[in-house]
Design a protein around this ligand. Structure first.
Ligand SMILES: [Zn+2]
Length: 441
């Protein structure tokens, strides 16, 4: 089998690794079972600092960065702790053995690496019979001793982490069309690149999609699509929004696709809220010019755009927003900030909790327009299902008109990736919902 090296760049100890232990002994803990048996990955590794590493570790951004910079460990790097390390924070919740990395870095800083390796070698042995054990082993494979209490973290992990890692990259997402097809989408007319807001160095733009059979001078209700977070700019020109804009228009409504600034690009929550407000105001002020019915607006938001779309529709209950749709979205700002690693002090936390859509449901609930929530039951994003479930619960407590569509197999962006009847059914019902609430003039 050759030599093993249990030292790492990040502070995890490879000698406790589920993969290495399964490779050496054939005994798999629950993490090794998940990776090897369920996901079919090869459980072969000699340690992070060797050239024979497990697949996921070979693409680890921390490992690759340290090797490129030629540092022995993150601690030795002048940029530590850098965004690379901090962006891994959600791993702490999903793969809690990661919590040992920070503890170990601290130990190494004080006692040195050699002593740490000795201390770890002793820690990952059963205290009764000295048999090695791994991160998620609940009992000693030899004597059956309960090992859970020996670990400084929860003794289970969240499998959705591996789905999350397998999610398509932003560039791939950009090229993916909606799976729902409707007759007449190729006849839809679009008009592009209108300015709704001028910033210091750029303009924010929107596109319009009109039904093929629109009559001259006819004013149409409009569905405004709110995109989520992406490191890529110009999401209105991405295939998901172009294709969905055409579907909405083919169903008889006007569709509006627009770019807003995003937090991943370094802008603040207020900027995003402001952009959406600006667009809605612009559409209301210029409705005649664009052939829109200013008092019949629906807001359909997606993913990390959902708390913003819901906020726009619920905050101050604007009378012209007649319905809202949230697809696989966060329904509060706190979990979104957590996902994006945006640090919040106590004040900021209290403020954004207060303006989160889930809390706005408690104010004037009888004036809130109907809401449709579509939920991908297999959505791997941290905290997203919890956020939706809390929103639904609060909506029901306040007796708000809410329609829930659960997609048991649905992943994040199920309208792009889950080609199955339930996906088509949900999109079809969503279009019905929009028509029902927007065509009543
Ligand atoms: Zn034992």
């Amino acid at each position: 089998m050759g030599d093993f090296n249990y030292d790492t760049y990040c502070g995890l100890y490879c000698g406790g690794c589920s993969i290495i232990k399964a490779y050496q002994t054939g005994i798999k803990d629950p993490l090794a079972c998940c990776l090897g048996d369920e996901l079919g990955m090869e459980l072969k590794c000699h340690g992070c600092k060797t050239d024979t590493v497990f697949g996921n570790c070979a693409v680890c951004p921390i490992r690759n960065c340290a090797r490129e910079k030629g540092v022995e460990r993150c601690l030795d790097c002048s940029d530590f702790p850098c965004p690379n390390v901090e962006s891994m924070q959600f791993l702490l919740e999903m793969l809690p053995h990661w919590k040992t990395a920070a503890v170990n870095q601290e130990y190494i800083k004080n006692q040195g690496a050699a002593q740490w390796l000795e201390q770890q070698a002793a820690q990952w042995k059963c205290p009764d019979c000295l048999t090695d054990y791994s991160w998620y082993a609940a009992q000693c494979s030899n004597c059956g001793k309960d090992l859970g209490a020996l670990k400084p973290y929860r003794n289970s992990f969240d499998k959705r982490i591996f789905q999350l890692m397998a999610m398509p990259k932003p560039e791939e997402l950009f090229e993916q069309e909606t799976l729902f097809k409707l007759e007449g989408t190729d006849l839809v007319k679009s008009q592009n690149d209108f300015v709704y807001k001028s910033l210091e160095d750029s303009n924010l733009l929107f596109d319009l999609y009109y039904p093929p059979d629109r009559l001259p001078g006819q004013k149409l209700p409009a569905v405004v699509m709110v995109h989520g977070e992406s490191p890529l700019p110009n999401l209105k020109d991405s295939k998901p929004f172009i294709s969905l804009g055409r579907v909405i228009a083919a169903s008889g409504l006007a569709a509006v696709s627009f770019n807003h600034r995003s937090m991943m690009q370094g802008f603040g929550m207020k900027d995003v809220i402001g952009d959406i407000e600006s667009l809605l105001k612009f559409l209301a002020d210029h409705a005649d010019q664009y052939g829109l019915e200013p008092n019949q607006i629906g807001v359909w938001s997606f993913s990390a755009g959902a708390p913003f779309g819901l906020y726009a529709g619920i905050h101050n209950t604007p009378a012209n927003i007649k319905c809202m749709v949230s697809y696989y979205g966060y329904c509060d700002f706190v979990s979104l900030c957590k996902l994006l690693n945006i640090p919040l002090d106590e004040n900021a936390l209290a403020q954004i909790e207060q303006i989160s859509p889930v809390n706005l449901l408690n104010q004037n609930p009888d004036k809130i327009a109907p809401i449709l929530i579509a939920r991908g039951g297999n959505d791997p994003f941290p905290g997203i299902l919890e956020s939706q479930d809390q929103f639904i619960k609060t909506a029901l407590t306040n007796n708000v008109r809410v329609d829930l569509y659960n997609h048991p197999n649905g992943t994040h962006a199920f309208d792009l990736f889950n080609d199955e009847p339930r996906t088509h059914e949900i999109i079809e019902q969503t279009l019905e919902f929009l028509k029902q609430h927007l065509w009543v003039i």
